[in-house]
Design a binder for this molecule. Sequence first.
Ligand code: SF4
Ligand code: SF4
Length: 97
Amino acid sequence: MALQISSDCISCGACEPECPNTAIYSGGTEFEYFGKKFEALASDIFYIVPEKCTECIGFHEESQCAAVCPVDACIPDPEFPEDRSQLLAKKVHLHGS
Ligand code: SF4
Ligand code: SF4
């Protein structure tokens, strides 16, 4: 299941550099996906691109954004109910291995 950032986000920026998939962007910043730029998914707070979030599977044992967020704003996104094998496949799709 991809994570999402709730409205509790205080835009501290701690999560962004921790993501192994560059899935986290600050509000208003275009995101990149396979070399193409796309419109920001949020304008005011940080956001996660669900197509790029693997729950850190393949890199870490726990979700790094959730581990560092001081206000517990990184939470599961029920719109993306993926199991571990789907998340691993997403990781391979993103990174090629
Ligand atoms: S759970 Fe991991 S892959 Fe997903 S946004 Fe957070 S740091 Fe990135
Ligand atoms: S660590 Fe938490 S509060 Fe800080 S930018 Fe990320 S989601 Fe927002």
